[in-house]
Design a protein around this ligand. Structure first.
Ligand code: ADP
Ligand code: MG
Length: 227
């Protein structure tokens, strides 16, 4: 599941973080991607405030790689800035694996690219991109297994929500008489389940995007992608 929006000013980026906060649970890891000044630390401030931590306590940990903020909330916030990591072996010195396995904290990581080999398989990825002096494009990718938790914010999300559910193949493999809901061809492989191909998945996504879900006829070669 992907959430897209554009924020206009730091307060809006903080508000986005606060909107996500109620759906987060201890054990969650959030990777914050974006250039210098994109708003990663601003995002962490919004998250901190939402879970009862004084937002002004949050700064980029510059020399201290990791900062931990306790809150009255049950959730501790662990804030990592990997910018200065030059060698992944440095992570062992700070007990990286234990930190990520800490089940009583939400862990947010700035500059996750620097520690890419040591990130968990399941995490939320927040990408912040400069789109003007005070504007930032925000893209948030949420693991499918977290989807239910985040359904609660769907009504209040100030932007687009894109379903990226192509991972259900392992949960519900197609039966022998299953057909693709877009082109109605028999499903042979489960790779793009419940669709027969990447193309049909994209067509379905395009329809969803445009609020059109009805299937009036099978897909033809001259159909255009609507994304
Ligand atoms: P990073 O941690 O990514 O280096 P910071 O959060 O420390 O970035 O800094 C972001 C800077 O950009 C702050 O000075 C903030 O006030 C400013 N800013 C302007 N517009 C926005 C916005 N829409 N979202 C976040 N920060 C913004
Ligand atoms: Mg920062």
């Amino acid at each position: 599941m992907k959430l897209l929006t554009t924020t206009r000013g730091p307060e809006e980026t903080q508000a986005i973080a606060a909107l996500l906060a109620p759906a987060m649970v201890t054990g969650d890891v959030i990777a914050l991607e974006g250039d210098l000044g994109a708003g990663k630390t601003t995002f962490v401030r919004g998250l901190a405030e939402a879970i009862g931590i004084e937002p002004n306590r949050v700064s980029s940990p510059t020399f201290i790689l990791v900062q931990e903020y306790e809150s009255d909330d049950v959730r501790t916030l662990v804030h990592v800035d990997a910018y200065r990591i030059s060698d992944e072996s440095e992570l062992d010195a700070i007990g990286w694996d234990e930190m990520l396995e800490q089940r009583d904290a939400v862990v947010v990581i700035e500059w996750p690219e620097r520690v890419s080999a040591r990130l968990p398989r399941e995490m939320m990825v927040v990408r912040l991109v400069h789109a003007g002096q005070d504007e930032r494009d925000v893209e948030i990718v949420i693991p499918e297994s977290w989807r239910e938790r985040f359904a609660m914010i769907a009504d209040r999300w100030p932007g687009q929500i894109i379903s990226t559910d192509s991972s259900s193949a392992t949960q519900s493999p197609p039966t022998s008489d299953a057909v693709c809901p877009v082109c109605e061809e028999a499903l042979v492989t489960s790779e793009h389940h419940p669709f027969c191909s990447e193309r049909c998945r994209l067509v379905d996504l395009g329809r969803w995007f445009h609020g059109r879900y009805s299937i009036s006829r099978p897909l033809r070669d001259d159909d255009e992608f609507e994304l």
